[in-house]
Design a protein around this ligand. Structure first.
Ligand SMILES: Cc1ncc(COP(=O)(O)O)c(C=O)c1O
Length: 252
């Protein structure tokens, strides 16, 4: 696919936001902007398309999960994987979501809000959720998030990494196994876990369920670090805190 020039991208988003600005909800709501691109060459066969459409759509949205404050439950998929090394896991490509839907349906069947994927090679290492990245908080105050490679390099993940650095919090980008996750939750070494993404913002994970049982993280609710990071990010987004890293783009 061609790389869209940044200027054209911003201009398209600015124009749509300007047209739709009356749809921006008050309070905690947002205007969710979804730019995307797809191939539309008239051709039968397997090859990269020579024509593409770039489209921006938007919708006013509320909280991604039913309760914006409660912790969510996650289902750890043992059977299905989302992305393999050398594949398209790091790209926001539609096929990744197609590959995640059966696992998400399984999560829903088991009463969970979201699915967590393990790595495709060993089915051992925690990667990410169907539509969110994941962070862990330990009892020594340090944090961990899975490394890039087969996961989506989310902008929320990246922003939270910057904010943790600003706050002097030790954060490792390191592999973390599901077995270790369970052991650490049991021993109390793990204090909090949360999911993050543009739509989910920062959402605490309270219950982890798998075919061989479930465990809770902390008291099963949100934690102080999760709340602190969510507030730090949302305050910048809403203009209530200084934008030290120039993340805000104003649309006039
Ligand atoms: C698979 C996946 N991982 C992570 C994320 C979080 O990315 P971002 O913070 O850029 O929204 C998303 C969001 O759409 C996603 O679909």
């Amino acid at each position: 696919m061609p790389v869209l020039p940044e200027k054209l991208f911003l201009e398209a988003v600015d124009q749509l936001v300007n047209i739709d600005r009356d749809w921006i909800p008050g309070g905690d709501g947002s205007l969710y902007i979804r730019p995307f691109m797809f191939a539309n060459e008239t051709f039968l066969g397997v090859k990269p398309s020579s024509d593409y459409l770039f489209i921006v759509i938007a919708s006013s949205v509320g909280a991604y999960f039913k309760s914006a404050t409660d912790a969510v439950s996650v289902w750890v998929s043992q059977e299905y994987t989302r992305a393999a090394p050398g594949g398209t896991g790091a790209a926001k490509c539609g096929g990744n979501y197609a590959a995640s839907l059966l696992a998400q349906a399984e999560a829903t069947r088991h009463g969970c809000d979201q699915v967590v994927f393990l790595d495709a090679a060993e089915r051992r290492w925690v990667e990410e959720l169907g539509g969110m990245n994941i962070f862990f908080v330990f009892n020594d105050g340090s944090m961990l998030t899975p490394p890039l490679g087969t996961i989506l390099p989310g902008i929320t993940r990246s922003s939270l990494m910057t904010l943790t650095k600003d706050k002097g919090i030790a954060l490792r980008e390191e592999r973390y196994s599901f077995d270790q996750w369970r052991a650490d939750a049991g021993s109390g070494r793990l204090r909090e876990a949360f999911a993050c993404g543009t739509a989910a913002v920062v959402t605490p994970i309270g219950t982890v369920r798998a075919p061989d049982g479930e465990f809770k993280i902390g008291n099963g609710g949100s934690g102080t670090r999760t709340d602190e990071l969510k507030k730090a990010l949302v305050d910048i987004q809403r203009g209530h805190a200084a934008d030290r890293h120039n993340w805000i783009h104003r649309v006039f």
